[in-house]
Design a protein around this ligand. Structure first.
Ligand code: DX5
Ligand code: ZN
Length: 224
């Protein structure tokens, strides 16, 4: 039997030591992370403020991992090019953050970046159904966006399974990711439901050994 591809792990820098971000990004790359997840919050779409494109640009010199940029800003369209220029590889948008999701995804693709759609806990899977041809990543929020360290919402598991079925029916390779409250236990449940990428802040940057933490999320045991 063919071996399933390894689960992608994307540490979220939101839980890193903000006085040492370059070092933290290098450390997770050395520890075997697949992507670096960057949470961009505007204090309006979500009730928190994080950082912007200038910080991404500075980090690019420290880390070769694909930058998985989760935009929690509204309106989002005017900022997409700035994040593309600053070094984003994946640009992920919430359908609620602009009037025309299809147009926003076209813009991301026109800039040569991988495009993602992020579904809040209350957002139905139908929000992405008719734009799947423009989508490389679907990210299911398993907490309300805005803060790290929240509790995983298990009610999202059937939604992950439904999205997995939708993706398989479409026949294109689309990464199905989860974000929020991911630890080795919830990661196992998310993987079982059909997720093949895991965003994790606290579970990686809150650990003393980043490589073991990443391996445990993949379900590969501490040596991962
Ligand atoms: C929340 C962010 C997450 C956050 C996850 O709005 O989208 O990426 O950093 O943090 P943990 O893994 O601690 O729940
Ligand atoms: Zn995120």
């Amino acid at each position: 039997m063919a071996r399933a591809p390894r689960t992608i792990v994307a540490p979220s820098l939101l839980a890193a030591d903000f006085a040492r971000l370059g070092e933290e990004a290098r450390a997770v790359e050395a520890a075997g992370a697949d992507w670096l997840h960057l949470d961009i919050m505007d204090g309006h779409f979500v009730p928190n403020i994080s950082f912007g494109p200038v910080l991404l640009k500075g980090l690019r010199a420290h880390c070769r991992l694909p930058f998985d940029v989760h935009l929690m800003i509204e309106p989002v369209d005017p900022y997409i090019a700035a994040f593309a220029d600053a070094g984003a590889d994946h640009i992920l948008l919430h359908p609620e953050a602009g009037p025309h999701l299809h147009r926003s995804l076209q813009l991301v693709r026109a800039l040569g970046k991988r495009a993602g759609v992020v579904l809040n806990p209350a957002t139905p899977i139908e929000a992405v159904a008719w734009v799947l041809d423009l989508v490389d990543i679907v990210l299911v929020m398993t907490v309300n966006p805005g803060f790290g360290g929240q509790q995983f919402l298990a009610a999202q598991l059937p939604k992950i399974a439904a999205l997995r079925r939708m993706i398989e029916a479409g026949g294109r390779a689309i990464t199905l990711a989860v974000d929020g409250g991911i630890n080795p236990y919830t990661a196992a449940a998310a993987r079982k439901a059909g997720a093949n990428a895991l965003v994790a802040g606290t579970a990686v940057f809150g650990a003393t050994d980043y490589a073991s933490a990443i391996g445990e999320l993949r379900g590969a045991g501490p040596a991962g």
